[in-house]
Design a protein around this ligand. Structure first.
Ligand code: ARG
Length: 463
């Protein structure tokens, strides 16, 4: 018999229990208790399968399944005592089950290992999180669509290099983020489809000699099928990495939108007003209204992408199959998942509540010679000038306006003709920002008609 202080789950060949430092580095219960519900769901499915295949008796399986529900209610009710000596959630649950139902609890681990158990639990957890992320993404997409629909024909400056480039519409700018986050939605859905294979029953690494039914447990847990290679099943953390990859790209998108909101809500831009509900004040400067939520969302990419890199580094040199290194997967994923969800929900609130300052947008849209390209295009279209020459003539007109301290539409026809004598009065039609955006009707362009078509398409996609 093993010494009493050795582990009750695997202490058979041990004469002594672990050093306190061994326990401290080894135990994962401090964080993997977040997978309690998934662990119990996996064990209940496994118990039912063991009975159906005749590996355990119906009455033992029934006792296990009932006892596991009791354990779950203790955990949910906060009365469960987690023990670091029992290492992780799997052994904590099983040990408590033994206290509740006695001998049959010892039969639960037949035909499985903690290696397939943890892979299954973690997959179930990540899958739940993908679903939550999908829901939050959909809500944010709807908030952006509402902004785009309301301001489909509001003009604003479009930028490259953060220098005024050409006028665009507010709706067009909002719809750019709809496209970006729409791809995030696709990545989340793809990851969910690809990960949905059940590792349970891969056992330690080689499968088992018990006549288990892996299809039955896979189905009971909502997986599409069992994973096809037992070595791969217990070594694979692609599902966590795909989640972190999708989360990183999504967080990068959120960070870009957050950055724009920070710039746009400044006194120098005044493009948007953020609601009081999503702003903070300053303890010393009474006039301040700070976009803290946007700033924090902008920063979240750091920890989320950090988690992605960290788990890549954990996995990169591991020989098949399971190695304890893989226990380092969970904290990274939990933290990234929590923060991505928080960032998505906060961004949705900000976007839903914010108001675009239509007048400030329009005033800014016309400044910085934003219709210079329209002027060059007019010279090409109407005077049949080669584009390179038109570019040159327009440049001279911009220089003239700059010298006079006015915008392009403020130049007189005579002044324009002093640069090129064929210019006619109808050139002024294309210098206004509304005409400029209305003319950009190419597919995906900024014209309000195009923006409305894209809003409609997305409304149908989102249902
Ligand atoms: N707590 C472990 C983890 O998170 C469970 C698997 C342990 N397996 C083992 N062979 N020691 O990875």
């Amino acid at each position: 018999m093993a010494d009493k202080s050795s582990n009750q789950m695997w202490g058979g060949r041990f004469a002594a229990g672990p050093d306190a430092i061994m326990e401290a580095i080894n135990a994962s219960i401090g964080f993997d208790k977040r997978m309690a519900a998934q662990d119990i769901a996996g064990s209940r499915a496994h118990a039912a399968m063991l009975a159906r295949t005749g590996i355990v008796s119906d009455s033992d399986a029934e006792a296990m399944r009932e006892g596991l529900l009791t354990v779950l209610s203790e955990i949910e009710g906060g009365t469960f005592e987690f023990s670091a000596a029992l290492e992780d959630i799997h052994m904590n649950v099983e040990a408590r089950l033994k206290e509740i139902i006695g001998e049959p609890a010892g039969r639960l681990h037949t035909g499985r290992s903690r290696n397939d158990q943890v892979a299954t639990d973690f997959k179930l957890w990540v899958r739940d999180q993908l679903d939550a992320t999908e829901g939050a993404l959909l809500a944010l997409l709807r908030a952006l669509l509402a902004q785009a629909e309301a301001g489909a024909d509001w003009v604003m400056p479009g930028f490259t290099h953060l220098q005024t480039a050409q006028p665009v519409t507010w709706g067009h700018h909002m719809m750019a983020y709809v496209e970006m986050l729409g791809r995030d939605l696709g990545r989340v859905r793809d990851a969910r489809t690809r990960m949905n294979e059940c590792p349970l029953g891969a056992a330690a690494l080689a499968g088992t000699s018990f006549p288990i039914d892996r299809h039955m447990t896979a189905e009971a847990l909502g997986f599409d099928r069992p994973s096809a290679n037992s070595l791969d099943a217990v070594s694979d953390r692609d599902f966590a990495l795909e989640f972190l990859g999708a989360a990183s790209i999504c967080a990068m998108h959120l960070s870009r939108l957050a950055e724009e909101l920070v710039i746009w809500s400044s006194a120098q831009f005044r493009f948007v007003t953020l609601s009081d509900r999503f702003s903070t004040g300053s303890s010393i400067m009474p006039q301040k209204k700070n976009p803290d939520a946007a700033e924090l969302i902008r920063a979240k990419i750091g920890r989320i992408f950090g988690a992605n890199v960290a788990l890549m580094m954990v996995m990169k040199g591991l020989p098949l199959a399971y190695s304890k290194d893989m226990q380092e997967d969970k904290e990274q994923v939990f933290d990234a998942a929590d923060n991505l969800l928080l960032a998505l929900v906060a961004m949705e609130g900000m976007v839903r509540d914010m108001s675009a300052n239509r007048d400030a947008l329009e005033a800014a849209a016309g400044s910085g010679f934003s219709t210079a390209t329209d002027l060059a295009d007019w010279l090409v279209r109407v005077l049949d000038m080669p584009f390179r020459e038109a570019h040159h003539v327009t440049g001279a007109l911009v220089a003239m306006a700059e010298k006079k301290g006015c915008d392009l539409p403020d130049l007189s026809l005579e002044e324009m003709q002093s640069v090129h004598d064929a210019i006619r009065a109808d050139v002024f039609d294309v210098l206004g920002v509304h005409n400029s955006v209305a003319s950009r009707t190419s597919y995906g362009g900024t014209a309000p008609s195009e923006v409305r078509a894209q809003v409609k398409r997305w409304q149908e996609v989102l249902g």
